[in-house]
Design a protein around this ligand. Structure first.
Ligand SMILES: [Zn+2]
Length: 124
């Protein structure tokens, strides 16, 4: 951990540079990483690691909560994991598997086979 600090844009208090959320006003920091799964902490699908990074909590805590909720709710969380995986992009600013699937599906049913590159020229 570094001693680097930054200023919270919402309340202007000095906070840790690595903080994703301001401890005093709980405002989410603009430079905080978004939700994506290609994180070094990933083990399986990267969902727990993505949630942990997004909310700035320990990945072990997220995994314990996931396993604990699996034990309590049973199959509900079991289906939440793949659903979350489908809705989370792999890379930062990337597209989620579900978005890619629906994009491919819509291209399949679009009448034009190739994208038109040139704009139609008007003849007077
Ligand atoms: Zn703040």
């Amino acid at each position: 951990m570094t001693d680097a600090t930054k200023s919270c844009p919402a309340c202007l208090s000095t906070i840790n540079a690595a903080a994703t959320r301001c401890p005093s006003c709980t405002e989410r920091q603009p430079d905080a990483p978004g939700l994506y799964r290609d994180v070094p902490e990933r083990v399986f699908g990267g969902v727990c690691a993505a949630i942990a990074r997004r909310f700035g909590v320990d990945v072990t805590l997220v995994r314990i909560l996931a396993v604990a909720s699996l034990a309590v709710t049973g199959p509900l969380v079991f289906w939440v994991y793949p659903a979350f995986w489908l809705m989370t992009p792999y890379a930062l600013n990337g597209r989620a598997p579900m978005t890619r699937f629906f994009d491919a599906l819509s291209r399949l049913f679009t009448p034009q086979s190739a994208p038109r590159l040139e704009t139609p020229t008007r003849v007077e």
